[in-house]
Design a protein around this ligand. Structure first.
Ligand SMILES: [Zn+2]
Ligand SMILES: [Zn+2]
Length: 304
């Protein structure tokens, strides 16, 4: 195991079972980030167990807040912490990186570079590196209030559906009628009854054309679906694609596809499908929550 900063160590499962070495390094707390890990010395160290596989599709970012708290708590008590996984290369390095990022306001690259200087063999999987990048982009605040984090969770639900055929743990956009509108916020309303439907942060942009757009959070594939603050510019698209919203019928019941109707006047607005749908421009959007542009008004809220 290797000391990354004062009192914080990263290592493998071998390190976790090497009691003399743990004592020599004055380890008091152990954070095990591995699937169904059984602690070697549950009575001698303070353990925290995070059961997760080293797979790119695993949601590791959800554990960052509690892991940071565990590490900072241990260090503040004057203890030393070992963060370990199996090989000490991916999961443990990511947890340590998230801690450094939040503590010192670092980017993911800065944090991983700092760890690599002390432990050359670290090698997080691509999905985890994306999640560290996302952590930076949401200012270390892992909350569904952050549009980018919602995108990530929505993609997770869609992947879960592809894999297991059902939808779980859906994070839907907050109904704009229940939140305070900022004066400059763009707003989409029902054309018929003018009921507010979505705000700019709920809208998913895509480049018109062929190919496929996932709801993913992945800067490197350049999908263009990540931009939360852009209205589609291309008028070739006859629909607006949005996040799943609280007011949509069937979303919270886990229905795979359904019509989208205005929650006030019941006018037909469009439809959704977790398996995806094709835009009029030719692009496949996965999952797809589409509202026909001729059923809505897109306006910008005026300053009072
Ligand atoms: Zn389109
Ligand atoms: Zn309406």
């Amino acid at each position: 195991m290797d000391e990354i900063i004062d009192g914080l160590y990263v290592g493998s499962s071998m390190a976790e079972s090497d009691k003399p070495k743990l004592k020599e390094c004055r380890i008091t707390h152990i954070l095990s980030v591995a699937s169904h890990y059984v602690p070697s010395y549950p009575n001698e160290f303070v353990y925290k167990l995070i059961s997760i596989d080293d797979l790119p599709e695993e949601n590791i970012i959800q554990y960052f807040p509690e892991c940071n708290k565990f590490i900072s708590g241990a260090l503040e008590e004057g203890g030393c912490v070992l963060v370990h996984c199996m090989a000490g290369q991916s999961r443990s390095a990511v947890i340590a990186a998230a801690y450094l990022m939040q503590k010192d306001g670092l980017t993911s690259e800065q944090a991983l570079t700092a760890i690599k200087k002390k432990r050359r063999q670290i090698n997080p999987n691509d999905g985890f590196i994306d999640q560290l990048q996302l952590y930076y982009d949401i200012s270390y605040d892992v909350s569904p209030a952050k549009a980018l984090y919602r995108r990530f969770l929505i993609n997770h639900s869609a992947e879960h559906y592809r894999e297991y055929g059902k939808i779980e743990n859906i994070v839907a956009g907050v109904d704009p009628t229940t939140q305070q509108m900022l004066p400059t916020q763009r707003l989409v309303r029902c054309k018929k009854c003018r009921r507010a439907l979505v705000i700019e942060a709920n809208i998913l942009d895509h480049q018109a054309g062929v190919g496929q757009v996932a709801f993913s959070y992945n800067k490197r594939n350049g999908s263009g679906a990540n931009t939360p603050h852009a209205f589609p510019q291309n008028r070739a698209c006859s629909s607006l694609f949005v996040e799943p919203m609280e007011w949509m019928d069937g979303i919270s019941d886990g229905l795979i596809e359904n019509k989208i109707a205005c929650p006030k006047c019941q006018a037909k607005l469009g439809s959704y499908n977790w398996a995806g749908a094709q835009c009029s421009c030719g692009k496949w959007i996965i999952p797809s929550f589409q509202i026909h542009r001729n059923r809505i008004d897109e306006i910008r809220q005026r300053l009072q």
